[in-house]
Design a protein around this ligand. Structure first.
Ligand SMILES: Nc1ncnc2c1ncn2[C@@H]1O[C@H](COP(=O)(O)OP(=O)(O)OP(=O)(O)O)[C@@H](O)[C@H]1O
Length: 267
């Protein structure tokens, strides 16, 4: 048989297991207030990169905080595959600002995130170097957060999140506060880390181009209370696919339409 024609190699892979999701979920910040979202279904499979887009204030960050276990759902069901993720620590969150502690060095900030994992001092030190190397910040271990640029701070925030060796990373507009060039570099680095570590990533953004470039699937949140109103599967990744690939352009158009006709940034 000719190389590459083995049916085993072309057989479709079975769907990967769902590692995190919510079903029929609702949440309100106050008992007497209307829910931010209601009847919301969303799931993330092992190793999948999913973006959540939607207009400002629709509730994207709130969903992410519920998935992270930082806010309790009012109704519905949160599904976390404990076997896959080996405990809640294997779910890490990266916020819009890096939230580094200013009185701790870069290395100490990362160490803080892995306290309580039962690692020896040497193992902790190796782990810090490992994640700093992943985000190309190895020489910055003893620097103070105040000496870092916005992009460098975000890299350290990502390194800190990766230090627990998570299987799931939840990211809330992590690149929105950095310049366009840095953002491109960070996006590339993130895709490299994602494929190397086989992470499941939920990525909140309001930039349609960023979402379509990075993701396997783009979910659109809309309405009040909000729901996931559109689920767009994305094809092969390519830096210029929005402008060069008509199918991807059409996908971005559908996402934009589902968002209520708002164009989002960068499109
Ligand atoms: N701590 C809070 N207490 C009360 N209401 C809140 C709180 N945080 C957010 N909200 C409200 O919940 C709604 C959803 O906010 P959320 O931050 O989740 O939206 P978002 O889609 O992430 O917005 P953006 O894209 O602008 O960051 C908004 O109406 C917001 O005002």
């Amino acid at each position: 048989m000719e190389a590459g024609l083995n049916p085993q190699t072309v057989k479709e892979q079975p769907a990967r297991p769902i590692v995190l999701g919510v079903e029929n979920a609702s949440y309100s910040y106050r008992k007497d207030a209307a829910p931010v979202f209601s009847g919301l279904d969303l799931s993330l499979r092992a190793g999948e990169f999913v973006s959540l887009v939607g207009g400002s204030g629709v509730g994207k960050s709130t969903v992410l905080r519920c998935l992270a276990g930082l806010l309790p759902l009012d109704g519905g069901r949160l599904h976390l595959d404990v076997e896959q993720v080996e405990g809640s620590r294997r779910r890490s969150v990266v916020f819009q600002d890096s939230r580094l502690l200013p009185w701790r060095t870069v290395g100490e900030n990362i160490a803080y995130g892995i306290e309580g994992l039962g690692l020896s001092k040497g193992e902790r030190s190796d782990r810090i170097d490992e994640v700093l190397s992943l985000v190309n910040m190895l020489g910055y271990r003893d620097r103070w957060p105040s000496d870092l640029s916005g992009g460098q701070s975000q890299r350290v925030g990502i390194a800190r999140a990766l230090a627990v060796r998570p299987k799931i990373v939840l990211m809330d507009e992590p690149f929105s506060a950095v310049d366009a060039l840095t953002r491109r570099h960070l996006q590339e680095e993130l895709l490299g880390i994602w494929s190397e570590r086989e992470l499941a990533v939920l990525f909140v953004t309001h930039d349609i181009r960023e979402a379509t470039y990075l993701s396997d699937r783009v979910l659109v949140m809309s309405g009040s209370p909000a729901m996931v109103v559109h689920d767009e599967p994305m094809g092969r990744r390519s830096r210029n696919r929005i402008h060069e690939d008509k199918a991807q352009e059409a996908a971005a158009g559908r996402i934009s339409a589902a968002m209520g006709g708002t164009d989002g940034e960068g499109i």
